[in-house]
Design a protein around this ligand. Structure first.
Ligand code: NAD
Length: 294
């Protein structure tokens, strides 16, 4: 079984490491926050005191970090200590262009590389049911296959360098747009005097059905349990959604794509977050959707 170095042991990374430990992988973990490391040592993870400990005996390095700058910083610190053909797998959500830059740096240092952002949130990380969207070579993908199978229940090789991040940007832009649309639809329905329960019953089984209605309905006490039933405690925070939309916007500009609703969705989340509410679940956007609130 391959030895894994895991960097970034926050909400997502810590749960992924627990699943690797349960599957009997040897994991050497590092985080700038000592407390996050120590919690996992209790479950059998080995502690890397510094990034320099992530070196020769490690065969796969996984990063789960807040942004591209941190991933690049970490990569620069460890690249010289890794054996040739070590696999560097970044599961963070970062810019497509940053991911491509990291792939090139891996190539320059004789390392294998995958960009492999995830969908499924903290619960998916905990349950081992994440979806991985992957960019890189088939050779690297096949090497990582058994690990993806432990951490998730779907892994799709989307194409070459940066393709995983490209798929993630498209998915999350669509999620933001649909969530805003769901909020507008319920708002209109209630202004027309409809009972939101009845509207849910219709939308969730008619052509308006979508993940944002059926699984994550943003109206309190309507549909399956969701952050709306828990004062919009995340879940997936509006801050993280804004980060993902900003990544999508960079890609929209760079490729000259038309995406008016994606651009508008980013503006809506910026307005929401101006009101000091970035810590709330992203579905709270339904309450910041109209001109009065923005
Ligand atoms: P988090 O903030 O809980 O965890 C990030 C961890 O990285 C923290 O423990 C932090 O101390 C550590 N860290 C930061 N800089 C570091 C460095 N230079 N070296 C070592 N450790 C460092 O974030 P999270 O929710 O676990 O998200 C991680 C990534 O996964 C993000 O890119 C996020 O966009 C993505 N993601 C999150 C979710 C979610 O629901 N939380 C869902 C899908 C994707």
């Amino acid at each position: 079984m391959k030895k894994i170095g895991f960097i970034g042991l926050g909400n997502m990374g810590s749960k992924m490491v627990l699943n690797l430990l349960n599957a009997k992988y040897e994991v050497l973990g590092y985080d700038i926050n000592d407390e996050s490391v120590d919690k996992l040592v209790e479950f059998g993870m080995k502690k890397a005191e510094t990034l320099l400990d992530i070196s020769q005996e490690i065969e796969i390095v996984i990063t789960m970090l807040p942004n591209g700058d941190e991933v690049k910083r970490v990569f620069e610190s460890i690249k010289k200590n890794l054996n040739p053909n070590t696999l560097f797998v970044d599961c963070s959500t970062i810019n497509v262009s940053d991911a491509q830059e990291i792939h090139q740096k891996c190539l320059d240092n004789n390392l294998l590389c995958l960009d492999a952002p995830v969908s499924g949130g903290v619960n998916g990380a905990k349950e081992g049911t994440l979806t991985f969207m992957i960019g890189g070579t088939k050779e690297a993908f096949d090497l990582m296959g058994p690990v993806f199978d432990i951490l998730g229940n779907k892994s799709v090789l989307c194409g070459l360098a940066g393709s995983g991040q490209a798929a993630k940007a498209c998915n999350n832009m669509l999620l933001a747009i649909t969530m805003i649309g769901v909020g507008e639809s319920f708002n209109l329905g209630m202004n027309l005097g409809l009972d939101p329960e009845k509207l849910f019953e219709i939308l969730s089984t008619s052509s308006g059905y979508c993940w944002a209605v059926n699984n994550y309905c943003p109206i309190k006490d309507v549909g399956p349990n969701s952050p709306a039933d828990n004062d919009f405690k995340p879940g997936f925070s509006a801050d993280l959604m804004l980060k993902d939309l900003t990544i999508a916007l960079e890609a929209i500009k760079r490729t000259g794509s038309k995406a008016n609703f994606g651009i508008k969705a980013q503006e809506n989340f910026q307005n929401m977050i101006k009101n000091q509410t970035g810590h709330l679940d992203f579905s709270a956007i339904v309450n910041f959707n109209n001109e009065n609130n923005s």
